[in-house]
Structures are given as structure tokens and as C-alpha cells.
Design a binder for this molecule. Structure first.
Ligand code: SF4
Length: 326
């Protein structure tokens, strides 16, 4: 680990000012400290925001929920309002990391976490995300865990977060505080696809701090859930995952919100699947038909072609779990 300076800030204004001067925010530290130990990250200044008053969960203006950026993953997962209104969020959180990490890591940090691409974490490997212009060792290397959707010639790393997939499905909004005030970003615009600048991962302006994630209310009666497929049953990242929320009324699907994880360079919304479901009557055949569209546009690499079929099966299964077998 390289030397750095450390500052604790008393309020949001001081945090934003320190962030604008180039400081890196740290709260739970579960990603950043690991990366600093490996010298993948070498921030000159850490700005400790852990004591800022961003730890509440409260009703959002439209009847949904606002989850403070510093709410711990374990606390968000256990919150009765999250569990009853958005099971897909609590399930995604509970299937993430380990109990110890969930007790430390925050919601804001989770959606900011960096890829698990092994070449990114190996400072001797070529990696455009870590060192722009150096190349991408994954493209001609071992790429079983990499993205089949949203990749570029510069980077094909997957986004590792589970709860971000649930937020993407539910069309959450990220609340930000910056030097010139507050603003909101739709979740779909928060994470950036790699394009030619994979080192730029979020649409944040200098100094901007995430203050909360707001989940819009689902129209009742809604059901939701998260399925994660991985090589082992705990403490492992997704090969594929599916976040599904459905409103079925009068025997017809009135609302469908679906996203996938483990396959995209960003949490991957599936509008073609959603469109196929809307206005139709639930059936096993419909789940299978809709899931066929989950991999539209996929560009598998040498070692991850299996993800195309696995993604379709993951989405089909989770549609059946949430929408019922008919
Ligand atoms: Fe780096 Fe992205 Fe290539 Fe991985 S996939 S080596 S993160 S540029």
C-alpha cells in the first residue's frame, strides 16, 4: 500500500469540498482498501464519510423508499419496509459477499464497487480500466467470467454488484450532492459502458457524493425476487443473475421490470423481455418466450459462450418463480 493522507469530514458540505479537491470517499472500505493494498488504487487523500447523516431509510415522495447511501447492506436487507415492498432488493443484498462484508459495506459503496476482472487486480497485466491505453488482457486471455453485453474493444469487464441489478430493474434514482447543489440521476444513466474510456465508470461530476438511492413504488399487487447463479453457493460473484418484479392484475401482466447481472459491463436492463410480457397472460410458455429475448445483442467471448443460454434460463426461471407456474 502506498502512503496517503486521511481526513474525516463533519458534514456533507465539507465532504463535497474535499471530494472536489481530489479526495476519494471512503465509508465501509470493503472494496477500496483491498485495492489499495494491491496498489491497484493509489488515492492521495481518503475522505472518511462514514459519520455523515446518510444512514436512514424513509418513505420517498412517490410512496417508494429512500435508502441512505451509508445504510449498511445488512441493515437494508433486514429492514422490514425493504423486505415487504422490494423483496428483490433484500434478496440481492443477502446473496452478496459474506455476512462480515455486508455488515461493513454501504449501499452507496456497493453501487460504486469496481470490477472483479482478475487482470484489473493484477498490476502486472494489461488493463485499460486500471491504466488507460495499456490494452485489455481479458480479450485474448481467460474470459469465462466476463461480459457478453455492453463490452467494447477496450474492456469487457462485468459490473459485480447484485443490488445494482435490482435497482436497475426497479428503475431507481440516485440522489447526488455536488459543489453546485443536489441533482438526481436515473439508475440507467448512473453506470457508464466502457466504450473507449473504461476507466470512467459512473456519470459523476468532480466532488459529487451519493446521498441516497430512491426506489419508486411498485403498483400493487406486485411481486419481486432475485436469482443468482454462481460457481458456489456463497461468497461468489454471479455468472448470471435476474431481478424480476411483476404486477399481475385480472390475470394480465400490467407491469414488468427485469434486469440481469453477471453478463453486462453495467447492470443490464432487459426492455425486450419486459415488452414481451406486458398485456399478456402469465403462462410457462410466456416465460420461456420472453426469456429468449434476454440475450439480444450478446457478443460472447472465447470462454463465456455458455452465458448466453444460462442467462435465458436464469431469466425464465425467475419469471416463473415470481409470476407463478401456470
Ligand atoms: Fe481491464 Fe476491462 Fe480488460 Fe479486465 S476487461 S483487463 S478490467 S480493460
Amino acid at each position: 500500500m502506498e502512503s496517503f493522507s486521511y481526513t474525516e469530514v463533519p458534514d456533507i458540505r465539507a465532504a463535497v469540498a474535499a471530494g472536489q479537491r481530489g479526495g476519494r470517499y471512503i465509508a465501509g472500505g470493503t472494496t477500496l482498501v483491498d485495492l489499495m493494498r494491491e496498489t491497484v488504487e493509489r488515492p492521495g487523500t481518503l475522505v472518511d464519510i462514514a459519520r455523515l447523516p446518510l444512514t436512514g431509510i424513509s418513505p420517498a415522495p412517490d410512496g417508494g423508499l429512500r435508502i441512505g447511501a451509508l445504510v449498511r447492506m445488512a441493515d437494508a436487507a433486514a429492514d422490514p419496509r425493504v423486505r415487504s415492498a422490494f423483496p428483490v432488493v433484500s434478496e440481492a443484498l443477502e446473496l452478496s459477499a459474506s455476512a462480515q462484508l455486508r455488515n461493513m459495506a454501504t449501499i452507496g459503496g456497493n453501487i460504486m464497487q469496481r470490477t472483479r476482472c482478475p487482470y484489473f487486480r493484477d498490476v502486472t497485466a494489461r488493463c485499460n480500466k486500471r491504466e488507460p491505453g495499456s490494452g485489455c488482457a481479458a480479450l485474448d486471455g481467460y474470459n469465462r467470467g466476463h461480459a457478453i453485453l455492453g463490452g467494447s474493444e477496450a474492456c469487457v469487464a462485468t459490473h459485480p454488484s447484485d443490488v445494482a441489478v435490482a435497482f436497475a430493474a426497479l428503475e431507481a434514482v440516485v440522489r447526488l450532492q455536488g459543489p453546485s447543489g443536489e441533482r438526481t440521476l436515473p439508475f440507467a444513466g448512473f453506470h457508464l459502458r466502457p466504450g473507449s474510456t473504461p476507466d470512467r465508470e459512473q456519470a459523476l461530476r468532480p466532488g459529487e457524493l451519493i446521498t441516497a438511492v430512491e426506489i419508486p413504488a411498485l403498483p400493487p399487487p406486485a411481486r419481486s425476487g432475485y436469482l443468482k447463479v454462481r460457481d458456489r453457493q456463497s461468497y461468489e460473484f454471479a455468472l448470471t443473475s435476474a431481478a424480476v418484479a411483476l404486477q399481475i392484475q385480472g390475470g394480465v401482466i400490467r407491469a414488468a421490470k427485469v434486469a440481469a447481472g453477471g453478463v453486462g459491463t453495467v447492470p443490464w436492463k432487459l426492455p425486450a423481455v419486459e415488452q414481451h410480457l406486458l398485456g399478456r397472460r402469465p403462462s410457462d410458455a410466456l416465460w420461456a418466450e420472453a426469456a429468449q429475448r434476454a440475450a439480444d445483442g450478446a457478443r460472447p467471448l472465447r470462454h463465456n459462450g455458455f452465458k448466453v443460454e444460462l442467462l435465458k434460463r436464469t431469466v425464465e426461471r425467475q419469471l416463473r418463480v415470481v409470476g407463478g407456474t401456470r
